[in-house]
Ligand binder design. Structure first.
Ligand SMILES: C[S@@+](CC[C@H](N)C(=O)[O-])C[C@H]1O[C@@H](n2cnc3c(N)ncnc32)[C@H](O)[C@@H]1O
Length: 247
């Protein structure tokens, strides 16, 4: 069996906990049909969409970037799932006009960039069928404050410390959210959080060279990330929060 590449190993460290949550949801009997209708908004080049199509689901990817959609197309064709993956150019705010009902919406790494997160979540809630779910992955503020301070960017750390989820910090990767802010936004949009996981608690702190050179290090780190993902005390240390919320 071919060994995973260094880039695959780094990717599994970053996304292992998120995949666990999405897979659990799909396997839990949350969907009546075996083939769920999934919308991946801001799905980019298909890092989630294509593997989900390989599991037998149909995936509509909505993304404003034509380059990302071209890569998605190529990846879906190479992996033999082009018939189950449809890329469409568009914005999260266009969702109601582009989507005709979804069992699951993925919104990973996008809410940080939109103009109005509350309106975006309401748009997502509006296209979810009753009983459908949202898989939401967002950057978490407290860890970002620490990361900036550790890099010596004290002013940037201070600005982020004073920000809230309504603040856009130009040029610094967009908004950051705390767990409480996220829950309030979701509930206001009519979505009920059912699980929240800490993502990348350690992954960004460990030198890449250690993962590349030390045999078994990536797999051990994935297991460590899994072990802390459900512990509330680690949520403020996580680079990202993954929330599953139902309609
Ligand atoms: C950080 S990448 C995340 C890609 C993918 N979701 C993932 O988790 O690997 C953000 C993606 O969101 C897209 N994007 C940016 N603004 C958007 C918006 N307003 N509506 C929808 N997608 C957006 C970008 O083109 C990009 O593909």
């Amino acid at each position: 069996m071919p060994q995973p590449s260094a880039s695959d190993r780094r990717q599994s460290v970053r996304t292992g906990v998120v995949w666990d949550g999405v897979r659990r949801l799909l396997e839990d009997g949350a969907f009546d049909d075996k083939q769920a209708r999934i919308v991946d908004v801001g799905g980019g080049t298909g890092g989630f969409a294509v593997p989900l199509a390989e599991l037998g689901h149909t995936v509509q990817v909505i993304d404003p970037s034509p380059d990302a959609l071209a890569s998605l197309d190529r990846r879906a064709r190479e992996r033999g799932v082009a018939d189950r993956v449809a890329g469409q150019q568009g914005d999260l705010s266009d969702l109601p006009g582009l989507v005709d009902g979804a069992d699951l919406v993925l919104c990973h790494g996008v809410l940080e960039m939109v103009e109005d997160p509350a309106a975006s979540l309401a748009a997502i809630a509006g296209v979810l069928r009753p009983g459908g779910h949202l898989s939401l992955l967002v950057a978490q503020r407290h860890a970002a404050v620490v990361a900036r301070a550790m890099a010596g960017h004290f002013q940037a750390a201070r600005e982020l410390l004073e920000a809230d989820s309504t603040t856009t910090l130009a040029g610094r990767g967009g908004r950051r959210f705390t767990h409480d802010e996220l829950v309030t936004l979701l509930v206001t949009a009519g979505l009920q959080p059912s699980s929240v996981h800490a993502v990348r608690v350690f992954a960004d702190l460990v030198p890449g060279s250690l993962l590349d050179l030390e045999p078994g290090a990536s797999a051990a780190l994935v297991e460590l990330e899994r072990a802390v993902a459900t512990r509330p005390e680690y949520l403020p240390l996580a680079a990202q929060l993954h929330v599953i919320a139902g309609r």
